[in-house]
Design a protein around this ligand. Structure first.
Ligand SMILES: *Cc1c(COP(=O)(O)O)cnc(C)c1O
Length: 387
């Protein structure tokens, strides 16, 4: 069979399973409202939680960076060097999470894949939460370490796996998201950290969705819970409104990452203007205490109102609200109906979530005003009435 025909078949299989995705087209910037096909609609599916993606101070910082250092970083940092902007961003973010050092990556995906692969290898063992982000899973695969997946947030299961597999391994690394991206629930960080300590394992926490939202000055859930992991990964593309990511850890760990993480070594460094924007974003995030309160109040209001309308929204305290639907097609039909009513909420299907747990993933922003929240609730209510 011709290659093109095989590819066409793969696509039609996806379509038949209700799994074919084709992103909508957005015109203009990301914000609490976005323009889709010439229409202004409310956006309730972005990770731009604090509304910084189009913040004037970030636009200005990017512009200033552009005029100072140009556009491209020219090569991997191991080849053309670390630019001032990279180093300043690394120092700023390391300080933010109270770590001695940090390495900057082009994305959270690259940071996770590279960090896990640099820190564990053949002969080592990794313990990974069942609902960890895909980039962590890919890092585990790339590392060639032995991987044991523990049941989601199950400290007892983690302990029994550690008892069984830790003694025969060289290094051990426990990996967890702090705030799970598709369920909006938090990891049992204190329990996991205690196990890491007693089994002499490293602890890596991915704070992608928690930084900027939780903890003192938005320093994340580890800071909120007084947990000090060996490695923290944060993305700059969510609350910080920019792009890229950092891995923060001891000087030694970061040094090994700079030497061994393939996504760091074999990839062009992030544009310096992005690092400049990230530094300004950090100032904005530290000062965003009121925005954090508004964001979580918006989430609380949506969660309780949607439950009153009969939607299945699990318990949670975070800005991520899964509205569980189950069926893939039904989920996407609901998403389309909401969009027709002026509210953009993305449907999330397998393999991003488990089979049979398709959902609408609703994420408010700090910049949604009360009338925006009301309009979103009205759209859900009108769907219930039409059923
Ligand atoms: C989004 C996300 C990433 C990837 O970050 P990007 O900067 O978008 O590549 C990593 N981990 C988690 C938990 C995420 O939600």
């Amino acid at each position: 069979m011709a290659f093109q025909t095989q590819i066409r078949e793969a696509l039609s299989d996806l379509e038949a399973a209700g799994l074919l995705r084709s992103p909508v087209r957005i015109s203009g910037p990301q914000g609490p409202e976005v323009e889709i096909d010439g229409r202004r609609v409310l956006c309730f599916c972005s990770n731009n939680y604090l509304g910084l993606a189009n913040h004037p101070a970030l636009v200005a910082a990017t512009e200033a960076g552009l005029h100072r250092e140009g556009v491209g970083a020219a090569s991997s940092r191991l080849i053309t060097g670390t630019m001032d902007a990279h180093r300043e961003a690394e120092v700023a973010y390391a300080n933010f999470v109270r770590a001695p050092a940090a390495a900057l990556f082009s994305s959270g995906y690259a940071a996770n894949v590279g960090t896990v692969q640099a820190l564990a290898g053949s002969g080592d063992v990794i313990f990974s939460d069942a609902l960890n982000h895909a980039s962590l899973i890919d890092g585990c695969r790339l590392s060639r370490a032995q991987v044991h997946v523990y049941s989601h947030r199950d400290v007892d299961h983690l302990e029994s796996l550690l008892r069984e597999h830790r003694p025969r391994s060289r290094r051990a690394l426990i990996i967890t998201d702090s705030l799970f991206s598709m369920d909006g629930v938090t990891a049992p960080l204190r329990g996991v950290a205690a196990l890491a300590q007693s089994f002499d394992a490293g602890l890596m926490v991915d704070e992608a969705h928690a930084l900027g939202v939780f903890g003192p000055d938005g320093r994340g859930l580890c800071a909120a819970q007084g947990v000090e992991p060996d490695v923290v990964v944060g993305t700059l593309g969510k609350s910080f409104g920019v792009a890229g990511a950092f891995t923060a850890a001891s000087e030694e760990i970061v040094s090994l990452i700079r030497n061994r993480a393939r996504s760091f070594v074999y990839s062009t460094a992030p544009p310096p203007l992005v690092a400049r924007a990230a530094i300004t974003a950090l100032h904005l995030v530290r000062e965003a205490g009121d925005a954090r309160k508004t964001l979580l109040a918006n989430a609380h209001k949506l969660r309780s109102e949607l439950r009153m309308l009969g939607f299945e929204v699990p318990d949670g305290e975070s800005q991520i609200l899964p509205v569980l639907i189950g069926d893939n097609d039904r989920t996407m039909r609901l998403s389309a109906k909401l969009l027709a009513r002026g509210v953009f909420v993305q449907g999330i299907r397998p393999p991003t979530v488990a089979e049979g747990t398709a959902r609408l993933r609703l994420t408010p922003m700090a910049t949604h005003r009360p009338e925006h929240i009301e309009r979103a609730i009205d759209a859900f209510a009108s769907i219930v009435r039409d059923q």
